[in-house]
Design a protein around this ligand. Structure first.
Ligand code: ZN
Length: 119
């Protein structure tokens, strides 16, 4: 599975769902592809950190169909989690950049696929 399969003209062309409970997070056309190397804690506790390079960028938190925010983590960052089952972090938001909410492309489920296959 590659990010490009879900991207057309740099825009998301698939639905993005929670990898755990399938709650809808983003609708098609609501996000743009964003490439930046950012470290994100792994979903498993004590799993260390992972460098994520491909993200879905949204400039307004109300664009999300469903999203949760964890309490401030290191450096004042906020982690984006599933609003229903609270799995995360699925993305990150830096309050110093109010128009930047990013979801890790490798941590979400696309469309209505039943099986989550982590990269
Ligand atoms: Zn969920």
């Amino acid at each position: 599975m590659t990010v490009e399969e879900h991207c057309k003209d740099n825009k998301l062309c698939s639905k993005i769902r929670c990898p755990m409970c399938s709650s809808l997070i983003l609708s098609p056309d609501s996000a743009t592809l964003h490439i930046e190397s950012i470290s994100l804690p792994k979903v498993r506790k004590d799993g260390g950190e992972e460098i994520i390079e491909s993200w879905w960028l949204v400039d307004d938190m109300f664009t999300f169909d469903n999203i949760g925010f964890s309490r401030s983590a290191s450096g004042g960052l906020k982690y984006l989690t599933c609003a229903d089952c609270e799995i995360g972090p699925l993305g990150v938001h830096d309050p110093k950049e109010p128009k930047k909410f990013i979801i890790a492309a490798s941590r979400v489920r696309y469309n209505d696929s039943a099986v989550f296959t982590p990269n």
